[in-house]
Design a protein around this ligand. Sequence first.
Ligand code: FAD
Length: 344
Amino acid sequence: METVLLIAHTEADGVLARSAREALHAARMLNKTLAGSNLVVGLVGENVQAAADSIAACPATRYFGVTGAEFTQARYATDATAAEAICRAAQATIIVAPATSRWNRVLPGVAQRLGGRVDTHVTDVAEVGGQPAINRWYYRQRMEATISRTQRPWFMLIDPGSQPACECGAGTASVEMVTVSLPEACKRTTVVGVREPKADAQTIRPDAQLLFVTGAGWTKKQADGHTHVPEAEKIILEFLKHTRASLGSSKSLVDLGGEGQAVLPFLSHLNQIGQTGSTPRHPKGLSTCCHGEEPHTVGWRFIAERRAISLDPNCGWARGKADVLYVADAFKVMAKVNELLTKG
Ligand SMILES: Cc1cc2nc3c(=O)[nH]c(=O)nc-3n(C[C@H](O)[C@H](O)[C@H](O)COP(=O)(O)OP(=O)(O)OC[C@H]3O[C@@H](n4cnc5c(N)ncnc54)[C@H](O)[C@@H]3O)c2cc1C
């Protein structure tokens, strides 16, 4: 009989992030489909009662908590000790966790301590022949595999954005506190502060409804024989300001900076989508001034509705990569879109 443990850490304000609720959805799916299994929850944080109460209506039979000031910040030694203690207390055979940067770093080590196995980048869970199974993509999202394992405990790190968030309601959860002893050596690392870009400089927004991709065309010579980079910059930033879209880029555009050409200063390789870039998840995508070649569009695997604006009617988008292709000048189209957004 499987014991499915959802293990999550609280955020700085004591609540559960959406990614934790997505992992809870996956844990519930396993619990529902695996006959005789039971669902338990483990929480780590300074104080976990509010987080536990927020999901108290889910069918978990027990709640475990490791709490205290030492568990507020992300730190390998304390997080691993807490997660290990919860897994042991729950006697968990399957551990489902959100693939946050905090858990991605820690849980593979915990799996090793417990003699288990871990799978990262899990995009779905299922029951196959009465056994648990996971879905995972390989070769830069080109191949999808279903995997099952006999080894226990089995840790599954669920990719944020791959599941609906569990909508179970609030209530009052009875949390069983798990005590851990932390030697001083576990507390040597301290987070002294957080450095992050200003809100308007932060162009990568994983939760945005829209992915807006800019390609090298924005910096190329246009019909008048000149480049129009400052105008491109203005149009793109204005669109982002109106829509709060996440900004992606083709590799060619972000590479241009390294080649000494005029580029858009707010773009870095972190914005690159594709085979050697990222594969974000957004309900919609709009590509502009980008050719839509396979190494780029492979990063669009999880974009549900795709549109593109390119001058070239034979570009990759026209060859089955986009739902809608506007063969048009992106400078003109986006300026008009911005005008409509300003009015609306
Ligand atoms: C191993 C490998 C890995 C790679 N990984 C990636 C990756 O991760 N991500 C990635 O993006 N690429 C990747 N590439 C590169 C990829 O093959 C393409 O070279 C790149 O995506 C092209 O970028 P682009 O479409 O912006 O530029 P271009 O190919 O130069 O296309 C520019 C487009 O802009 C259009 N255009 C110009 N002006 C306008 C205008 N005014 N209005 C509308 N359209 C206009 C042009 O018609 C053209 O279609 C990889 C390549 C290899 C070999």
